[in-house]
Design a protein around this ligand. Sequence first.
Ligand code: ACO
Length: 448
Amino acid sequence: PKNVGILAMEIYFPRTCVQQEALETYDGASKGKYTIGLGQDCMAFCTEVEDVISMSLTAVASLLEKYEIDPKQIGRLEVGSETVIDKSKSIKTFLMQIFEESGNTDIEGVDSTNACYGGTAALFNCINWVESSSWDGRYGLVVCTDNAVYAEGPARPTGGAAAIAMLVGPGAPIAFESKFRGSHMSHAYDFYKPNLASEYPVVDGKLSQTCYLGALDSCYIRFCDKFQKLEGKPFSISEADYFAFHSPYNKLVQKSFARLYFKDFLRDASLVDEAAREKLAPFSALSKDESYQSRDLEKATQQVAKHLYDAKVQPTTLLPKQVGNMYTASLYAAFASLLHNKHDSLAGKRVIMFSYGSGLTATMFSFQLQNGQHPFSLLNIAMVMNVSGKLKSRLEFPPEKFVETLKLMEHRYGSKDFVTSKDCSLLASGTYYLTEVDSMYRRFYAKK
Ligand code: ACO
């Protein structure tokens, strides 16, 4: 099969959200810390009637309906998530309710978990399946779903929540350039969830940032090597039109792109002009570790790469800034932002994707875009996702309400024998929601 990749996408995020500016004031943080310092505008969160299962049910049902896909046409369903609701039963099996109704239980795949990387692992599984000898001609379906919540403290404003569903098959407008992948995986304790009684991670934010940038460096060099071997010319930022990054918070994305520019400078890439070379020359002798710590280097590279950031990265930042960290869905929400902003001018463009999951696992890979044919066209994908409509219909909560909701969810996490308020008045029609967890911990959902 040719041009295997993403045929269709749908995104869902809770309408309930809190403004970062309001949260700043409420938390007593200095003005601008969350909005400029972290680069975040707003954060979506789940109320007691939503969770990773309901969000993924909503995204999958909506994708099948809007692209008119018969559930029988799905042959593989893979879920990426790091939000553990059950240590054995996969989220995928909850989604089977949608397919069982149509009589289709012949669907391979389960959940993949490693922090924010699970969605990428799930996507690769589906792509590999379609490219393999066990492919039966049907579609693959990938779902990334996460609820990012942190304990009170500096990491709390870096939460978020969303689910993204992606249909995989041949002849895709968003085609994988599978040969150019570069990965970096190693053992680190930068962000992890050892406390099984809590939904909150243990996070070492500063270490996490260094791990992320180190993984980015390694992946980029490997990606460049493969590109050069296969294409017979060096890779640099100028070979790609857009860059989408996993986005724990936007500031890290700004730093990441600047880092790639610095790498290009060190690799003597021609896109780095004379003026930029002069500005960066004082940093060329820094050791790797020193280069991660240097504020001056960060500032200098962000400054000289700003015009490229604005052109190649900024169009991918809308949803991650507005919704927050969506963990496994974050990178694909960045890509969805690009489709939203540029869908009519993407034919022939190359997009570099950087996926990072703490612990740690990371891959850089690339897409080649074509307009495609209805319903699997970039235009239709942008229409179906309706990003601006979804952002406009959001409901802003005051920080007090947000904090109150998180308290209730702390109490509910891992518990049984409760019914929710069943209040779905805040949900858009077609949204799935949690109604009850019975005395056997069985979860029940309804659709509005
Ligand atoms: N105006 C403008 N900027 C400000 C202000 C202000 N008033 N106050 C602070 N800043 C800047 C700081 O200079 C800093 O920016 P810089 O890094 O460019 O210098 C930034 O805002 C953050 O300020 P810090 O003091 O460094 O913030 P703090 O240490 O309190 O927390 C952190 C930030 C570490 C990112 C925290 O939110 C965190 O741990 N988040 C979780 C990160 C995470 O999940 N990592 C895992 C990534 S992988 C995954 O997604 C699972």
